[in-house]
Each structure stands twice: as C-alpha cells, then as structure tokens.
Design a protein around this ligand. Structure first.
Ligand code: NAD
Ligand code: DAU
Length: 336
C-alpha cells in the first residue's frame, strides 16, 4: 500500500480535478495537495476556493514548463495528472492546444517523475478505445485495442502510450486509469449535461446532435475520485484500470430526464448539426478495478445524481454565467 502525504494534482481547477481535490481534503486528512493549473478557459480557482490553506495550495503554471516542474516536484511523493484540453468539439475546431498540453505536457511530467523518483498516476479516458456499435454486446476492457477517433482522444491515447513506455523503459512507478463520462458539480457549460441545464435555466431550448442515439456511460465524479484514490494507493505499477459505473444511456434519454426535471415537454429541444466523427457508444467493463481493488461506486441512482447536479447549477449561476455567452457563440459559429 502506497501512503502519499504530499501530492501534486495537475488540472485541479478544472471539473474532475477540483472534485478530486475536494475528495482528498474531505476523505484523507493527512494529505496535502498542491494544485498545478494553467487556468485556461476551463480552469477556475473558485472551484477550490475556501479549502484550508494547510491542506491545498494553488500554483498557477503550465504542465509543459519543465523548469517549473523541477522547482515544485521535489518534496512531493506523487503526481496525479488531470490537466488536459478535454473537449472533443474544441479539438475539431483547433487541435493544436491538444497536442501541446495532452502530449507534450504528459511528456514533461513523466520526465519530472523520472528525475525526482515520484509516483505518477495518469488520468485518461475510455475514448482511447474508439466506439462500439449500439447492438454490440461487448464493453471496453483493459485489453481492448486503442482506436481513437478525434483529435482529443488521439492525443489522450498518445499520452497513455508515453506513460506505458516510461514505466517499462525507465521504471517510472506509473498507473493509468481510463474513465467514462463524468457528471456532477463544476463541469464547464460547454459539456452536454451542463449545457442543457444552463440553457433551460436561461430559457433557451436544449441542443441535441445527430439522431440523439449516441450512448455514453455516465459516472458521478465523486465515484471517479474514489476509484483514482484506490488506484493511486493500491494499484500495481505498470497497470491500467478502467473506471465505470454501469451507467449506459443514450443522449436523448438523458436530455428528456433533464427536460422532465424542468417541467418541460419531452420534445422541447432543437436538433443541431452532428459532431464530425461522432463516436456512437462507449461502455466500460470495470471488473478488474472491482475485483483487484475492491472498488464500488456509491452513486448508483442516476436520476438522483442528475437532480442534485441540476440543483447545483440552479444555486450557482454566478459560477457558470460568465462562460455561457462565449460558449454558445462558439457553438453557434459551428452550427451547433
Ligand atoms: P476540464 O477541461 O474541466 O479541466 C482541465 C483543467 O486543466 C483546467 O483547470 C485547465 O485550466 C487545466 N489545464 C489545461 N491545460 C493546462 C496546462 N497546459 N497546464 C496546466 N493546467 C492546464 O477537464 P475535465 O473534464 O475535468 O477532465 C480532466 C481530465 O479527466 C482530463 O485528462 C480528461 O481527459 C479526463 N477525463 C475526463 C472525463 C469527463 O467526462 N470529463 C472522463 C474521463 C477522463
Ligand atoms: O468518455 C469520456 C469523455 O467524456 C472525456 O474523455 C471527455 O473529456 C469528455 O468531454 C466527455 O466526452 P464526450 O464527447 O462524450 O462529452 P460531451 O459532453 O461533449 O458530449 C456527450 C454526448 O452528448 C456526445 O454524444 C455529444 C452529445 N452532445 C454534446 C453537446 C455539447 C449533444 O448532443 N449536444 C450538445 O450540445
């Protein structure tokens, strides 16, 4: 069992990273977190504001900055790497920042982990495996071949391969986790669920891509956090663990649950242009994680998790409102 006391969390001001920081501060009182975040359009220091100063500290900087890494990594016992350009639609509009942050950034962190002898955990995505047909009985496992479709997922796949090579060649104590679609508080309004919730709060009709039948495998972000902690502390170096909570749903079903929560008609939305290369279905088999590390999700009722998430966006309009107009202007320019 690895018992870290001083960890670096990259991207800790983004959606999933900040939820992980809250999780660690809440559940693991002996652990100090240094958040390294560039504060891109997706990073918001408000996400971790108010945490005790002796538990969490923010360093504003770029994961590609190797001099900065040489200054801050010594003295820490682990790096948990969440920072990324994370949105598929943005990667189609402009892939360049994805190459830089997702590939070069991972390279810089692996070199720092190697040089300073630090444990490294890599946060990745189920999208590296490409997609499944709607009628395919299979789900993704750790053995599924890589077949990414988008600029985003291909850069995440590239970064995973770097991690495997740095473990095998240089002996970096590294693990990888590939998780499915997260939902919960602090998610940027560009993403599917927050976009529709905040549209409805603002009196705008939700927007659905394609035929609405694409399937995503939803997991509450707190369950992602507990799984990452399990892999960080009890996972075997060099191993990959898939994280999922058996939450497959197609987009139109999720959208209709949101419409229902707002008391709106189930057809009260707009069909918009589909995403080029749009992956059809993701589905995770998390048997290895459950069997080896004894992990189980706590949030198994999607309707309840969604209702809590809607409540959070209703109560935190000041948090999301500043990003909303610019996000919708970008979508409008793309016909979405
Ligand atoms: P996000 O876009 O909400 O947050 C990304 C964070 O990284 C932001 O705080 C941003 O400021 C920071 N960042 C970006 N570039 C940086 C750089 N060069 N240096 C330092 N910080 C930088 O992303 P998210 O949805 O929270 O995703 C976090 C991680 O989880 C990503 O690696 C993503 O691939 C992975 N993931 C996401 C999901 C999901 O459903 N959102 C599912 C599985 C895996
Ligand atoms: O599977 C894990 C991945 O989940 C992560 O690696 C990514 O970082 C994360 O962004 C997410 O990717 P998706 O592309 O699945 O998520 P997104 O929220 O962009 O879209 C979810 C689904 O909803 C997808 O099928 C596209 C569709 N969609 C999206 C938007 C924004 C719509 O129908 N309408 C919309 O307005």
């Amino acid at each position: 069992m690895f018992e870290p006391t001083n960890i670096i969390v990259t991207g800790g001001c983004g959606f999933i990273g900040s939820n992980f920081v809250h999780y660690v501060v809440r559940e693991h009182p002996g652990v100090h977190v240094t958040v390294l975040d560039k504060l891109t359009y997706a990073g918001n220091p408000e996400n971790i504001a108010g945490l005790p100063e002796d538990r969490a500290e923010l360093v504003v900087g770029d994961v590609c900055d190797r001099e900065l890494l040489d200054r801050i990594v010594p003295g820490h016992d682990a790096i948990v790497h969440y920072a990324a350009e994370s949105h598929n639609d943005n990667s189609i509009a402009d892939p360049e920042p994805f190459l830089r942050t997702n590939v070069e950034g991972t390279y810089a962190l692996l070199e720092a982990a190697r040089k300073h002898g630090v444990r490294y955990h890599h946060i990745s995505t189920d999208e590296v495996y490409g997609d499944l047909a709607l009628d395919d009985p299979a789900r993704f496992t750790e053995e599924t071949p890589y077949r990414p479709s988008s600029p985003y997922s291909s850069t995440k796949a590239s970064s995973d391969l770097l991690v495997r090579a740095w473990h095998r060649t240089f002996g970096v104590r590294a693990t990888i986790s590939n998780c499915s679609n997260n939902y919960g508080p602090y998610q940027h309004v560009e993403k599917f669920i927050p976009r529709q919730i905040t549209n409805l709060i603002g009196g705008v009709r939700p927007k659905l891509y394609g035929d609405g039948l694409n399937v995503r495998d939803w997991i509450h972000t707190d369950d992602h956090s507990s799984a990452v902690w399990a892999v960080l502390t009890r996972g075997r170096a060099g191993e990959t663990y898939l994280i999922g909570a058996d939450g497959e749903k197609n987009n139109i079903t999720v959208l209709r649950e949101i419409l229902k929560a707002f008391g709106r008609d189930e057809d009260d939305f707009d069909w918009v242009r589909d995403r080029p290369g749009h992956d059809r279905r993701y589905a995770i088999d998390s048997a290895k994680l459950r069997r080896e590390l004894g992990w189980e999700p706590a949030h198994t009722d999607f309707a309840e998790g969604l209702a809590e998430t809607i409540r959070w966006y209703r109560e935190n309009e000041a948090w999301w409102r500043p990003a909303k107009a610019a996000t919708e202007a970008r979508y409008a320019a793309q016909g979405q």
